[in-house]
Design a binder for this molecule. Structure first.
Ligand SMILES: Nc1nc2c(c(=O)[nH]1)N[C@H]1C(S)=C(S)[C@@H](COP(=O)(O)O)O[C@H]1N2
Ligand SMILES: [Mo]
Length: 320
């Protein structure tokens, strides 16, 4: 191997911290690329950049949030290599391998519809919209596994307040980038692209609802939905749309990509609910990634004290 390991570099070779950091970053990229080559990845794929071939940018000035769970976060490796992101394949490991082809700069998010202040935000503007917070949340996938993830982001309601919804705004719809050249999964018909998800306006305004731009103190890895994704911790993971390009305020309930794919299986609310089974499997238990034994799934994923009042008087068996 032609590249020196950190231990091989004499202190005299290091001019200053900056050079050292750049060299370390380069070595990280180079050695990961070599490993990828060894693993049989083709040169064009490498040039496109494998998902982990770029050192993630550290985010600064992050406040700790009182809304975090005290549970132990799932390992960085599992959070970033066991993903659902059908735009990059349907198995859990392909997003980490394939999402490198996603170009996240420049990036804009159009905020539009039933609002007084429609605006196309540049992503870097969104990073500065409101102080970034670390929010450690449980995430429960409809498939029966769960994680604890230290997100970095800002409350969606900060963006909504600036948009000034009109009286007609009842729902908020989130749309993922649609570009089959960058997203190979979109060349298949596994979902009706683009990926669309939606919340009721009061759910979107809830203080727990987060726009995430990072995790583990760094910008979001592409496989986790860079550069910006939604996180709604009391709902099944699929409500948390990734790589968002449009946020639209509407008066009628939107039909999400999953509702189209399986109307009898995926409803609009998708609240985590151990008492309402998926038609093909029970939702009573879950496996926390990294653990062996299953644990009970909690109503509203354990966030019931904060969110149950949003659904008072609603039959959650009917409106699942
Ligand atoms: N655009 C898009 N967003 C998506 C998905 C997807 O396939 N495409 N999968 C969802 C599902 S099913 C889950 S469980 C979460 C997983 O988020 P994570 O991979 O960051 O843990 O992303 C959600 N957001
Ligand atoms: Mo999921």
């Amino acid at each position: 191997m032609l590249i020196k390991k950190p231990g091989d570099i004499k202190p005299s070779e290091i001019t200053d911290q900056q050079v050292y950091l750049e060299r370390r970053r380069f070595m990280g990229v180079a050695s990961r690329s070599l490993a990828a080559l060894a693993a049989g990845m083709t040169a064009p794929a490498l040039l496109a950049g494998s998902a982990d071939a770029e050192a993630a940018a550290k985010l600064s000035g992050i406040r700790k949030s009182a809304l975090s769970t005290g549970e132990k976060p799932t390992s960085y490796k599992d959070v970033t290599s066991y993903n659902n992101f059908y735009e990059f394949g349907t198995d859990k490991f392909s997003p980490a391998q394939q999402a490198g082809s996603l170009i996240t700069r420049p990036w804009t998010v159009s905020v539009e519809g039933e609002i007084k202040r429609p605006k196309v935000y540049d992503i870097d503007e969104l990073f500065k919209l409101s102080p970034l917070e670390e929010r450690i949340y449980r995430l429960r996938c409809v498939e029966g596994w769960s994680m604890v993830i230290p997100w970095v982001g800002f409350p969606l309601n900060e963006l909504i307040k600036r948009a000034e919804p009109t009286g007609n705004a009842k729902y908020v719809e989130f749309t993922t980038l649609h570009d089959p050249r960058q997203m190979p999964g979109q060349r298949s018909g596994v979902l009706d692209w683009p990926y669309v998800e939606a919340l009721r306006l009061d759910e979107a305004m809830h203080p727990l609802t987060l726009m995430a731009v990072g995790l583990y103190g760094e910008e979001l890895p592409k496989q986790n939905g860079a550069p910006i994704r939604l996180v709604v911790p009391w709902k099944y993971g699929f409500k948390s749309a990734k790589s968002i390009v449009r946020i639209r305020f509407v008066s009628n309930p939107p039909t999400s990509a999953w509702m189209k794919a399986g109307p009898g299986e995926y409803g609009f609310f998708a609240n985590v609910n151990p008492t309402v089974d998926h038609p093909r499997w029970s939702q009573a238990k879950e496996r926390r990634i990294g653990e062996i034994f299953k644990r009970d799934t909690l109503m509203f994923n354990g966030y019931g004290d904060q969110v149950a009042q949003l659904y008072s008087g609603i039959d959650l068996k009917k409106y699942f």
